[in-house]
Design a protein around this ligand. Structure first.
Ligand code: FAD
Length: 366
């Protein structure tokens, strides 16, 4: 085969683009990946890496899809590591969530039963006394916590570097757009994050993109072998090399998606309230980025509604790293075998319907 002919061109070196490229290459496709800026600027190149499930009640296709992705993550990342030699530090470390009041305790018990039904014997959602957990113990007014063993963590930057090196070892060119040269490809995948959602909104004249920013920080506190702690919108996530990540703010209105500010200090304060041992830790890095959020708040996957032989994988929002393995699998099925296993809720058709409704709602009244 000629050097300049590819089966697939993937646009975007975030976790979606690289994961889809990896899945397609493993299945024998010839792939190239391009990006218009250094890959370190993607929203995937963050600090947090919490791979946490939705609550196990009111089970639906989105939760089942995410569940499958979380369950397959260990072996999936293991294969990436085997190819690349770079450890992404995946660890199914579990998660502790403090229970705030009696109502929360009642709901936690109900969810425990739901987890038995929906997570089957694969993972547990236990309600336990704080004093009975072996790990670090967050502040909790009731003395009770939820402990699940499905949640995991990964190091986002090592994961991206691991994927990149795995692809390079399979002779996949990772190219800056300016170095394009002459080439041909049969299919194209747009995994272009926020910029891609904005472009799609313009192309369809519909509000497909719904912006949201997040800020996170990394502190010098060794939490290796501890679970994630989650409460009140704060995630405390163990990271390798004596570090702990704290994420993330949720901001709908912002001027600069890459600027950190006082909200990050507030987040850190909340984390310290939750786990006082974190107090006075040295801040190693602060980071901010917008999240690729679609109008549906769900992943946006499928054939491009206008461009021929073009596919879209976007809308990772807050759980893109956790969803990547399963999304790579269904996208490869679609592109290589024309086998569409994408749930309707994640389809472009669904997003277009939602965006039309939003457009009508937001239209100025005369
Ligand atoms: C603060 C914060 C915390 C987060 N925490 C978590 C977490 O704990 N767990 C989790 O699962 N997820 C988390 N996420 C979400 C996750 O990071 C995203 O859902 C995921 O990274 C999206 O990946 P992506 O590949 O779709 O987009 P991106 O990573 O943004 O990649 C898109 C790429 O496309 C490129 N691109 C855009 N336009 C073009 C073009 N025209 N031509 C060429 N290239 C182009 C960009 O340069 C970029 O490299 C977090 C996000 C943020 C911001």
């Amino acid at each position: 085969m000629k050097d300049n002919i590819f089966d697939i061109e993937v646009v975007g070196m975030g976790v979606f683009g690289l994961s889809i490229a990896w899945e397609c290459v493993r299945r024998g496709a010839r792939v190239r990946v391009v990006d218009h800026q250094p890959y370190q600027r993607s929203s995937s190149y963050g600090l947090v890496g919490a791979l946490t499930p939705h609550v196990p009640e009111r089970w639906e296709i989105k939760k089942q899809f995410q569940f499958e992705s979380l369950v397959m993550a260990k072996s999936w990342w293991n294969e990436v590591e085997l190819a690349s030699g770079i450890n992404p530090h995946y660890d199914r470390c579990g998660r502790i969530q403090p229970i705030i009041d009696e109502k929360g305790l009642e709901r936690a018990h109900e969810r425990s039963l739901e987890a038995k039904k929906n997570w089957k014997s694969i993972a547990c959602w236990n309600v336990v006394k704080t004093k009975d957990i072996a790990s670090w113990q967050p502040e909790t007014p009731t003395g009770w916590v939820i402990a699940d063993d499905l949640s995991a963590r990964i190091n986002p930057r090592l994961a991206i570097n691991s994927l990149r090196l795995a692809l390079l070892k399979y002779n996949v060119p990772l190219t800056a757009l300016k170095d394009l040269g002459k080439f041909k490809y049969k299919n194209k995948v747009l995994a272009t994050g926020t910029a891609g959602l904005n472009t799609l909104s313009r192309e369809l004249d519909l509000p497909i993109a719904a912006h949201e920013k997040g800020q996170a920080l990394l502190i010098a506190y060794d939490s290796s072998h501890q679970p994630i702690i989650t409460a009140g919108g704060v995630n405390i996530v163990p990271q390798p090399k004596g570090l702990t990540a704290i994420g993330s703010t949720t901001e709908r209105f912002f001027d600069n998606p890459f600027k950190t500010d006082y909200r990050l200090n507030e987040l850190y304060d909340k984390a310290v309230d939750l786990l006082p041992v974190l107090k006075h830790s040295i801040v190693v890095e602060k980071w901010a980025h917008d999240r690729p959020r679609a109008v549906t708040r769900a992943p946006l996957l499928g054939k491009h509604p206008i461009q021929k032989n073009t596919y879209i994988a976007n809308g990772g929002f807050k759980i893109g790293l956790g969803m990547a393995p399963k999304i790579a699998e269904v996208m490869a099925d679609l592109i290589l075998n024309d086998n569409n296993r994408i749930p309707y809720k994640f389809s472009l058709e669904n997003a277009i319907e939602e965006a039309k409704i939003r457009k009508v709602k937001e239209a100025p009244t005369i």
